[in-house]
Design a protein around this ligand. Sequence first.
Ligand SMILES: Cc1cc2nc3c(=O)[nH]c(=O)nc-3n(C[C@H](O)[C@H](O)[C@H](O)COP(=O)(O)O)c2cc1C
Length: 236
Amino acid sequence: MAQKSHIGQFKGIIRMLALFLTLLLLCLNAPVPVSGDDSTIKLPAPRTEGSIPIETAIRKRRSVRSYSSKSLNKQELSQLLWAAQGVTSEEGFRTAPSAGALYPLEVYVVTGNVQDIPPGVYRYRPQRHELIRVKDGDLLGGLSEAALGQKSVRLSAASLVFAGVYKRSAAKYGKRARRYVHIETGHAAQNVYLQATALGLGTVMVGAFNDKKVRDIVGMKKDEAPLAIMPVGNRK
Ligand SMILES: Cc1cc2nc3c(=O)[nH]c(=O)nc-3n(C[C@H](O)[C@H](O)[C@H](O)COP(=O)(O)O)c2cc1C
């Protein structure tokens, strides 16, 4: 009799543990809550088959610093962000390689002249291919000032801003993490260059800027370091 009640207690504990584990897993997989309907913008699905051969895009890639006043459309912005950090596998792997698949990069976009997207600062969320609104208003002038007055940023329809979260990679790679995060920015930036070329758009890697000013304008989090700006617009 006593043995039977012990078995019953043991089964109860196992059931509780299973329930606890299920709840924990559900929590880990749970989507990050957003604070209201208008705080996210769903991007149209990116095109995943090429319009021009990769060799043509590589050959034609050039830094373009002057743009026409024509707006970008949502599809073009979707394509550029996907090229930078889009998810391309069920496991969550992305368009650009990442040491240990730890993905330390965050991509912001400062918009000024993009159809159906109000001027502002947005953070790209690769897992859902959507934008999260960070700030309202046209901040391209301010971002240009932060980039030592570079006109390319002010003239752009939108500027992508890459931030690195070193600690994500440092947990595994220690001191080498900084190197890896910078290498990864180069990978993502080259994808943007080639994608812009394929779309007939222009972009340039901007590395000269005041870190603190860029951080403030974009509204970056404390653990994010600004690493690159890529203004984009239609070629003149
Ligand atoms: C790390 C890095 C930083 C750069 N910073 C700037 C910059 O601040 N402003 C700019 O106009 N171009 C910048 N460039 C673009 C280079 O000037 C450009 O790549 C170079 O002139 C070669 O021209 P191409 O890209 O058309 O082949 C940078 C490029 C790299 C790789």
